[in-house]
Design a protein around this ligand. Structure first.
Ligand code: KG4
Ligand code: ZN
Length: 343
């Protein structure tokens, strides 16, 4: 089966062609960093307009890279949420139009399921169930991935996502946008124990996350003028790593049957995070699986792959399927006290 995947939920416009036997025939991505940089973060209106301009040419290029026509595609998978609603609508409406015009099935993909299943695209041996740390700009969750469309959320953040904390730290230190890679670079030249910073929720019985207090502490530390941006970056990154490790260790105790610890989402591109989780997995006799860096941050290959998995499970969607700004992977998970706007 050959699936065309479309992604437009945040600030990357992307199109990819992936087969159900794990061949990535093409993947194309247009970032919008330059458009958002003057604002120090993603501006939803600017993002939506940029998706409109970029998406169709990207799809055409992805098709020609793969040397296939739309007629040869078996199904079209588009991100239908969660995310910035204007952008999500651009990708989903485009997917619907192509599906209708070419007479192909439409698969409405949850962006989080794209991240959650992406490790199976590059690792054919990764079987269900696995424990997933999904750590991105909008989400920080621990999920037991039981199968396609079957997730048990073990924990979530009660305030900010880890990637958001990276982005805010970068902004505060004047390191630019997007923040994660900039903080990681600066941290290489800093001392991870120079600045005393808190580890919110470390040791608490439920494996939930919190990063708002850490962000405030970083802001106070920066205000003193006592430390370099490198030392603050390194200390901040170490604090995040410590929290992720402690919370994930707690979730491992509850991840019945899991044989692997998997990390996905933009923050999974961070080398310190990957190294620490790899160590934790080996301590617990679990396999450690992390997708290649380009597959961690937003892309359309993961959407096409989630589409392939859903298609194989018989899951397609009607052309009037709605875009969803919020769309939790585990719809019965209880709201967490202190949880803000995160799905
Ligand atoms: O998955 P993603 O591309 O988009 C969302 O769905 O949110 O994740 C983007 C987030 C941003 O917050 C970005 O700063 C963070 O992932 N990120 C990183 C790194 N690369 C991206 N955080 C830490 N270290 C990195 N190397
Ligand atoms: Zn994402």
């Amino acid at each position: 089966m050959l699936i065309l995947g479309l992604e437009s939920s945040c600030d990357e416009t992307a199109a990819a062609l992936v087969t159900s036997d794990r061949r990535i025939l093409s993947h194309r991505l247009a970032g919008q960093e330059a458009a958002h940089r003057p604002f120090g973060g993603v501006v939803p209106e600017i993002a939506a307009r940029a998706h409109v301009e970029a998406l169709m040419p990207l799809i055409e290029t992805a098709l020609s890279d793969a040397d296939v026509t739309l007629g040869e595609v078996d199904a079209i998978a588009a991100t239908a949420g969660p995310g910035l609603i204007g952008g999500v609508m651009v990708g989903l409406v485009t997917g619907k139009a192509l599906a209708h015009a070419a007479g192909k099935p439409l698969i409405a993909v949850n962006h989080l399921e794209g991240h959650a299943l992406s490790p199976r695209l590059t690792d054919p041996d990764l079987a269900f169930p696995y424990l997933l740390l999904l750590v991105s700009g909008g989400h920080c969750q621990l999920l037991l991935v039981k199968g396609v469309d079957h997730y048990v959320r073990l924990a979530t953040t009660i305030d900010d996502a880890a990637g958001e904390a990276f982005d805010k730290t970068a902004k505060l230190l004047g390191l630019g946008f997007p923040g994660g890679p900039a903080v990681e670079r600066a941290a290489l030249a800093g001392d991870p124990y120079a600045v005393p910073l808190p580890r919110p929720l470390k040791g608490s019985p439920e494996p939930h996350f919190s990063f708002a207090g850490l962000k405030s502490a970083v802001s106070r530390a920066a205000d003193t003028g006592q430390w370099s941006a490198e030392d603050i970056s390194a200390s901040f990154q170490q604090a995040v790593v410590d929290c992720l490790l402690d919370r994930t260790a707690r979730a491992i105790e509850r991840a019945d049957g899991a044989t692997a610890l998997v990390v996905a989402g933009g923050v999974a591109a961070n080398q310190a995070v990957r190294r620490a989780l790899e160590g934790l997995a080996s301590q617990h006799g679990l396999r450690f699986v992390a997708p290649p860096l380009w597959l961690c941050t937003d892309n359309a290959a993961m959407i096409a792959w989630a589409g392939a998995e859903r298609f194989a499970a018989g899951l397609t969607d009607p052309l009037d399927v709605a875009a969803r700004p919020r769309w939790p992977l585990d719809p019965v998970a209880e709201a967490v006290r202190g949880a803000g706007v995160k799905a």
